[in-house]
Design a protein around this ligand. Sequence first.
Ligand code: AMP
Length: 189
Amino acid sequence: MLNLIIFGAPGSGKGTQSDLLKEKYGLCHISTGDVLRAKIKSRTELGLKAESFISKGQLIPDSLMIDILAKVMSDQTDVQGFILDGFPRTLPQAEALKVVLEEKKMELSAVIALEVEEGELMQRLVKRGEVSGRADDNEEVIKSRLKVYHNQTFPLIDYYKQEGKYHGVKGEGSVQEIFGRITAEIDAL
Ligand code: AMP
């Protein structure tokens, strides 16, 4: 079983690369951002709560997010592995994931981290906002998302380095070039 985390700042290309990885390795792709956006669309109570955080570029509280992730993972049976995109984003989430995987007798194979310069991230996100229709892809909210990434998510890099799971990949260049770097890391596991 191949269980991956695709890690990186907003705009680093996690979603794009996940789509390719899912195809190549037959993985179940779980994007917590997509899960939340679907809940917002269906106007569930949880969706409305999530929307108030997402629209400000803030993170959904850990306890809520961990429950959602555990449920989504449990709903998937008979898969060859997972690719988690957008989770974990905090240390408590990383610890919770460890427990969820242990309970399922599964192991994390690798954290693939897309490394992209800050200026490039901002440019990509503003450009994406012109076509994505995502309410949080506007300059003000993007700034707050990048700040949240630095303060709350960045510490996970050291956490996963200590766990021996961290694989940094240069996230700049063409989609295929980056994909080639990622698959080289995975195939060497
Ligand atoms: P994304 O599509 O991954 O950029 O996520 C969009 C937004 O959803 C984020 O800015 C957060 O508000 C929320 N979100 C997604 N994943 C998480 C998570 N693991 N923890 C907390 N909030 C999250």
